[in-house]
Design a protein around this ligand. Structure first.
Ligand SMILES: Nc1ncnc2c1[nH]c(=O)n2[C@H]1C[C@H](O)[C@@H](COP(=O)(O)OP(=O)(O)OP(=O)(O)O)O1
Length: 198
């Protein structure tokens, strides 16, 4: 079995297949506190909907729609609320992955539940926080639509996006450091799971 990812449930890693890892020369960062977040991706007809973040954490990056889980909310309720607040749409979301994200300088770990859906209702709209855009998911179709802009996303996104797009469930941990204005990926591990880890 591959090395257990610290900070993620040991049981959920049983039987997982490691897809990618790096930064073995570094220790995993320590953390005392964990905060819950969500991130939702809509994939329809060969295209994925991403939002350009206009303010706050991760500003100027493209990402799914999501944010903090509020007190009294479940993760799926938070994911649906954030999708409506940030993109103006509703969707029946399914859990796709669990992502533990640390960044030097922030004392808590971000425990992010990743969701996906292949349909939605409403029309994606620009909101205070996000500007929605469609991107093609392969180079065979929709050549009039731009490809996924990995160079303007979190550096680790291209490690787990293939699993998200293939509808495979996964767990990920990424530890980042800050170099000036840049968020730099230092250590990571991505595993495919055969079931939902939460
Ligand atoms: N490394 C990485 N890759 C992909 N996605 C993310 C990360 N780190 C992250 O934090 N995220 C995601 C998780 C969330 O979807 C957002 C961050 O949430 P944030 O916008 O700060 O939360 P809100 O509750 O919307 O914030 P405010 O309303 O307080 O601005 O990024």
């Amino acid at each position: 079995m591959s090395e257990l990812i610290p900070g993620l449930d040991d049981l959920s890693q049983k039987g997982c297949i490691e897809v990618s890892s790096g930064g073995s020369e570094f220790e995993w960062m320590k953390f005392e506190q964990r905060k819950l977040y969500t991130n939702a991706f809509i994939v329809v007809d060969g295209k994925i909907l991403l939002g350009y973040k206009k303010r706050g954490f991760g500003v100027h990056k493209y990402n799914g729609f999501g944010g903090k889980v509020d007190a009294g909310e479940t993760s799926i309720q938070a994911a649906s609320r954030e999708l409506m607040e940030e993109a103006g749409i509703e969707s029946s979301l399914e859990h796709a992955g669990t992502f533990l994200f640390l960044i030097a300088g922030v004392e808590w770990a971000f425990h992010i539940d990743i969701y996906r859906a292949d349909s939605y209702t409403g029309t994606p709209i620009e909101t205070e926080e996000m500007h929605p855009h469609w991107f093609r998911i392969n180079d065979e179709d929709h050549l009039d639509t731009p490809p996924i802009p990995f160079d303007k996303m979190w550096e680790s996104d291209d490690l787990w996006f293939p699993l998200l797009l293939k509808k495979r469930n996964f767990i990920v941990r990424t530890d980042y450091i800050r170099e000036g204005e840049r968020d730099v990926l230092r250590k990571w591990c991505v595993k495919e799971t055969s079931f939902n880890a939460s």
